[in-house]
Design a protein around this ligand. Structure first.
Ligand SMILES: NC(=O)c1ccc[n+]([C@@H]2O[C@H](COP(=O)([O-])OP(=O)(O)OC[C@H]3O[C@@H](n4cnc5c(N)ncnc54)[C@H](OP(=O)(O)O)[C@@H]3O)[C@@H](O)[C@H]2O)c1
Length: 241
């Protein structure tokens, strides 16, 4: 089913991006990884090789720097000739009271969570339009649909992502390109402050990265006529002991 499919995954050095890369590779998809941390990316790549997956491409890049973005998709197209799935996953959140968020922290969230995703999608989309096929997967957050204390900056980027994704979905589905946006609640990763989520869910009851990876895989393998355009993910029982 996945013969010759190619995925580009941002934020693939750890957390949710790593889990998506491992799941895709296990299913026979060739994965291109991008992130800043080269040694963590190499670890993910080694894990994939150990599983017998296709040797990943490792593309170091800092998404805060727009000059580094065009080379990411160029490298994948040069090496593998196509991108079937773009996973816009890289992101960060400074979760703290509004008056404590520094201008440079707000800027970093805007640059990585929104601007880089916008620009990278612009780079990848023409190749998908040319082939009239493709999946663009965005990892948003339930913070992109609900407000919470300490979320002013982070939620603003994720609400903006939702607006971007809805508009893009309507523009590109006529080319048989799906735009799939996932809105997870708290996921057990090193993201943010760790421990308890803004909604108070204890860490052992949180969604796991592998759950997101399974969902992304399911969504990109739906029958061609169907698109899961928005997916909310919550713990099924946050209070379970
Ligand atoms: N964990 C949660 O509770 C949760 C819930 C809902 C949504 N999300 C979303 O899920 C996505 C992944 O989160 P996660 O939990 O997996 O976080 P994580 O473990 O902190 O991983 C974040 C990833 O983003 C990359 N990244 C951050 N800044 C970057 C930059 N300037 N340039 C390039 N890459 C950068 C990191 O790579 P390097 O540091 O190596 O560059 C890392 O691979 C984010 O968009 C987040 O908003 C997370």
């Amino acid at each position: 089913m996945n013969d010759n499919k190619v995925a580009l995954i941002t934020g693939a050095s750890r957390g949710i991006g790593r889990a998506i890369a491992l799941k895709f590779a296990k299913e026979g998809i060739a994965v291109a990884l991008t992130a800043r941390d080269e040694s963590q990316m190499k670890n993910v790549s080694d894990e994939i090789s150990a599983l017998g997956g296709i040797q990943p491409l490792e593309i170091p890049a800092d998404l805060r720097d727009i000059s580094q973005i065009p080379a990411i998709s160029k490298r994948v197209i040069n090496e593998w000739g196509r991108i079937d799935i773009l996973v816009n996953n890289a992101g960060l959140g400074y979760l703290k009271p509004f008056l404590e968020i520094k201008p440079e922290e707000f800027q970093e969230m805007l640059d990585v969570n929104l601007r880089a995703l916008f620009l990278l999608t612009q780079d990848v989309l023409p190749h998908m339009i040319e082939r009239r096929t493709g999946n663009i997967v965005n990892i948003a957050s339930l913070a992109g649909k609900n407000g919470f204390k300490t979320g002013t900056g982070y939620a603003a980027t994720k609400w903006a992502l939702r607006g971007f994704a809805q508009c893009l979905m309507l523009e590109v589905r006529e080319y048989d390109i799906r735009v799939i946006t996932i809105f997870p609640g708290s996921v057990e990763t090193g993201f943010g402050s760790g421990g308890v989520s803004p909604t108070g869910t204890p860490s052992q009851n949180k969604i796991q990265s592998v759950d997101i990876a399974e969902t992304v895989y399911l969504a990109v393998n739906m029958p061609d006529r169907t698109m899961l355009s928005e997916i909310d993910m919550r713990p099924s029982n946050p209070a379970k002991k």
